[in-house]
Ligand binder design. Structure first.
Ligand code: KG4
Length: 337
């Protein structure tokens, strides 16, 4: 079945056409980075307006690039949660109109579950595996038992990993988007320049949790205190040392979860999965087999929405025209959804 996916949960307006959940026919992403750059962060009102302006053209291009015409589409899948409510509503409303006018089934897809699905596109990864979602809004370590069953082992107790990278980049004016700027600058910096503190929760129900607010506060308020002798304060050194601290904390918990559960396969998703240090670091761990999605499928995209939407439909799940957007998912800390 050929499914068109629509994704507008944050600042990327995206549409993609995917066959049978695995083969990408088209993948269109209209980035809003330039609109948000002056503010060094996503401005929700601007994001929803830009989605309204872009969505018709993005969907039209995805259908054209796919070469199937609207007559070749079998269903419409759309991100309905979690995300910025105004942005989500643009995609959900458009998808409903499209499904109604073309007489196609509609299916709402969860953005977090879709990020955890992204690596399955073009691959066929056997279950179970540890699903690690690291993005601007979420940091989750889960056991993925099938496309729809995610058992949350660990999460962040405060900031998401990408959010921490973005905030440090903003504070030190390292560039926008922050995670991308830190990744780039780090290649010229020394990760040994600063010894930032590594929060250790590790106890009881927090065994696999991470925390970024202490690390972030240390890097903002006590930077000089963590500078090692023989190193100098520079944007490159701050970026490389902070990136290493943020990623190492996460990799440590992933390895712990793999050792405890005996599940060696680790499938990563989300914007921070594009981080080069993260890919090298987890990829070189002998105790796990790390699978990362293609770069273009790490950050927000609609191919993962169309892909997971196909599996929902195959399982007999379809949404009605009363589908609506939700900014948050209740209780995602210990159980997802
Ligand atoms: O998955 P995504 O596009 O949106 C969310 O669903 O949150 O992730 C965006 C996050 C941002 O925090 C961004 O700074 C981070 O992913 N990011 C990166 C890289 N590319 C994007 N972080 C580190 N290194 C990168 N190369």
């Amino acid at each position: 079945m050929t499914v068109i996916g629509i994704e507008t949960s944050c600042d990327e307006c995206a549409a993609a056409v995917v066959d049978d959940g695995r083969v990408i026919r088209s993948n269109v992403i209209a980035s809003q980075v330039e609109a948000h750059r002056p503010f060094q962060g996503v401005v929700p009102e601007i994001a929803s307006r830009k989605h309204v302006e872009a969505i018709s053209g993005v969907v039209r291009k995805a259908v054209e690039d796919a070469g199937v015409g609207t007559g070749g589409l079998g269903a419409v899948a759309v991100t309905y949660r979690p995300g910025l409510i105004g942005s989500l509503l643009v995609g959900v409303s458009f998808a409903k109109g499209m499904a109604l006018s073309l007489g196609l089934p509609l299916v709402g897809v969860d953005h977090v579950e879709a990020h955890l699905y992204a690596a399955q596109i073009g691959a066929d990864i056997p279950f179970p595996y540890l699903g690690v979602l690291v993005s601007g809004g979420n940091t989750l370590i889960t056991i993925v038992r099938d496309f729809f069953t995610h058992e949350v082992l660990g999460t962040t107790i405060d900031d998401a990993c990408g959010e921490a990278l973005d905030k440090i980049a903003k504070y030190y004016d390292l560039g926008y988007p922050g995670g991308v700027a830190i990744d780039r600058l780090s290649e010229q910096g020394s990760a040994e320049a600063y010894s930032f503190p590594r929060p250790s929760l590790r106890k009881g129900e927090h065994r696999y949790d991470v925390s970024y607010s202490g690390l972030k506060t240390a890097a903002v308020n006590q930077l000089d205190q963590f500078l090692n002798p023989g190193h100098r304060k520079s944007p490159e050194n701050i970026a490389a040392s902070f990136q290493k601290a943020a990623i190492d904390v996460l990799v440590d918990r992933v390895l712990l979860a793999a050792a405890d559960t005996g599940i060696r396969r680790v499938v990563v998703g989300g914007g921070v999965a594009a981080n080069r240090y993260f890919r090298r670091r987890l990829g070189s761990e002998a105790s796990v087999e790390a699978v990362f999605p293609a770069m273009v499928l790490c950050t927000d995209n609609a191919a993962m929405i169309a892909g997971l939407g196909y599996h929902h439909l195959r399982a007999g799940r379809q949404s009605g025209l009363d589908l609506t957007a939700s900014p948050r998912v209740a209780g995602f800390r210990r159980a997802y959804p």
